[in-house]
Unconditional design. Structure first.
Length: 92
């Protein structure tokens, strides 16, 4: 069997394999996703359900604050994923 030592063509070049995310970074990302889910759930619950422990004027504001916090968590996750893409963690 012969071997081809020429330069590979475009069809033979594969994208570089994606490196798995470090464990510490994965924990941060998953924690932010869990926080976003919890804040979204609490915010929607405050906006939809009748609350006896909040004034009627305050509950929608707190609910919207929770929803905005959930959205900001998702934005932070996307920014961190973009920043951490392809960069290995540095040991300190």
């Amino acid at each position: 069997m012969t071997q081809d030592y020429r330069q590979p063509g475009p069809s033979q070049i594969r994208d570089k394999p994606s490196t798995p995310m470090d464990a510490h970074r994965r924990v941060v990302i998953l924690t932010l996703y869990a926080s976003a889910f919890a804040f979204m759930l609490a915010g929607v619950w405050l906006l939809v359900a009748e609350q006896s422990f909040f004034d009627a004027e305050i509950a929608p504001w707190v609910g919207m604050a929770f929803v905005i916090t959930a959205v900001s968590d998702v934005v932070v996750v996307s920014v961190l994923k973009r920043l951490w893409a392809g960069k290995p963690a540095q040991d300190r």
